[in-house]
Ligand binder design. Structure first.
Ligand code: XUL
Ligand code: CO
Length: 442
């Protein structure tokens, strides 16, 4: 992007400098060009930048307006501002060495006075983004539609009690899928922020869930019609903005997909703080999805243990990420997915370089966790421990239980005549926690 005016003239492309560096604008663990098992770290990590936080978020919260002013937010009209902004974004993607980006339709292009005008705006910006992708080599991890900000979606989109709103949402997703296909998106995400309810007093829960399923089937059919080969992903979240969201967590998402015959077409985009809000660990959600072969992608962030809402912070907790990485690598990786920084700067972090510090911290923490997890799996101590813990099911009556050859009567006879009282087998949690610390801290 040499020919364009720089939006970050004082910041150079972030380089890997290793752990001895004193520089703050440098990677200490993420070396995008390092080859591990025949692939670069960049190819392993598949980091992605979330357009909405990093290029539309200005720091507003429910108690006050935005605080962050960006120099590129100017132009003669909304569309030229949108173009300047996306130019700045692609310069950032390159300087931070992220190979992917993600967007909502309304992040990148302004909503018009009619759907037709919104579609025209989107098409113009998509054409511009396509040229930028070609010029920079940055690719699209996923696209999605914003079906939660506009007041028309106040009672939901696909689960709205008004069929007119359902139709509008369908039309909007159709264009967002077209845009994602046009930009070569590897996935398409459904996060149903308002697909839920505020009170059951006004809600037909069964009918709303059926409408949501109908909507998803329409998306599957439309993907076939246009030849979109990307992976569909559901991003669960238990609440916020709604009191109760139908895609509450991965387990309820699986139940929903299986109930409505959609399980072959969807995987999950798991967001760290959505797991926390659902009362789960990040690893729990990854393992539940992986157990069904439905682990798709990650929205990389974290919450704050003292705040009960979605703070979308950059995650620098290497312990949490190492455990998550063990689960991801054990499941065979993310395939077409990646690690998308669905994370935003704190409201008082108003400097341009804060945007770099946030992403550098997140990328370094993930890269370090990747290396730690590889070491844990290569040593196999935890795997051996767990395999041994279940070894009574490998043969004899344990194996009979697993393969369906045993029943209540046969097992009763066995206990009464042969086995008697089981011996205590320690779970050894403290030993395992200490073992984990040797990988994290030596
Ligand atoms: C909201 C959230 C969304 C989705 C995309 O909590 O995570 O930004 O990732 O709609
Ligand atoms: Co998200």
């Amino acid at each position: 992007m040499k020919s364009r005016k720089s939006h970050f003239p004082r910041i150079k492309t972030i380089a890997y400098e290793g752990t001895s560096t004193e520089k703050s604008l440098a990677f200490r663990h993420y070396n995008p060009d390092e080859i591990i098992d025949g692939k670069t770290m960049s190819e392993h990590m598949r980091f992605s930048i979330a357009y909405w936080h990093s290029f539309r978020g200005a720091g507003s919260d429910p108690f006050g307006p935005g605080t962050i002013v960006r120099p590129w937010e100017k132009g003669k009209d909304e569309l030229s501002i949108a173009k300047n902004r996306i130019d700045a974004a692609f310069e950032f993607f390159q300087k931070i060495r992220a190979p992917f980006w993600c967007f909502h339709d309304r992040d990148i292009a302004p909503e018009g006075r009619s759907l037709a005008q919104s579609n025209r705006n989107l098409e113009k910006i998509v054409a511009h983004a396509k040229a930028l992708q070609k010029e920079t080599g940055v690719e699209l991890l996923w696209g999605t539609a914003n079906l939660f900000s506009n007041p028309r979606f106040m009672c939901g989109a696909a689960t709205n009690p008004d069929a007119h709103v359902f139709a509008y949402a369908a039309a909007q997703v159709k264009s967002a899928m077209d845009a994602t296909k046009e930009l070569g998106g590897e996935n398409y995400v459904f996060w149903g922020g308002r697909e839920g309810y505020e009170t059951l007093l006004n809600t037909n829960l069964k009918r709303e869930q059926e409408h949501l399923a109908r909507f998803m089937h329409m998306a599957v059919d439309y993907a076939k019609q246009i030849g979109f080969k990307g992976q569909f992903l559901i991003e669960p979240k238990p609440k916020e903005p709604t009191k109760h969201q139908y895609d509450f967590d991965v387990a309820s998402g699986i139940a929903f997909l299986r109930t409505h015959g959609l399980e072959k077409h969807f995987k999950f985009n798991i967001e760290t703080n959505h797991a926390t809000l659902a009362g789960h660990t990040f690893s729990h959600e990854i393992d539940i999805a992986a157990a069904q072969g439905m682990l798709g992608s990650i929205d990389a962030n974290s919450g704050d243990p003292l705040l009960g809402w979605d703070t979308d912070q950059f995650n620098t907790d290497v312990k949490e990420l190492s455990l998550a990485m063990v689960s991801i690598l054990r499941a065979g990786g993310l395939g077409k997915g990646g690690f998308n920084f669905d994370a935003k700067l704190r409201r008082p972090s108003t400097d341009l370089e804060d945007l770099f510090h946030g992403h550098i911290g997140g990328m370094d923490a993930y890269a370090l966790a990747f290396k730690i997890a590889r070491q844990i799996l290569a040593d196999g101590k935890f795997e051996d421990f767990v395999a041994d813990r279940y070894s009574s099911f490998d043969s004899g009556f344990g194996q009979d239980i697993e393969i369906g050859k045993a029943n209540f009567k046969s097992l009763e006879k066995l206990v009464l005549t042969k086995l008697g009282e089981p011996k205590q087998l320690s779970g050894k949690q403290e030993y395992l926690e200490n073992l984990l610390n040797t990988y994290l801290h030596g």
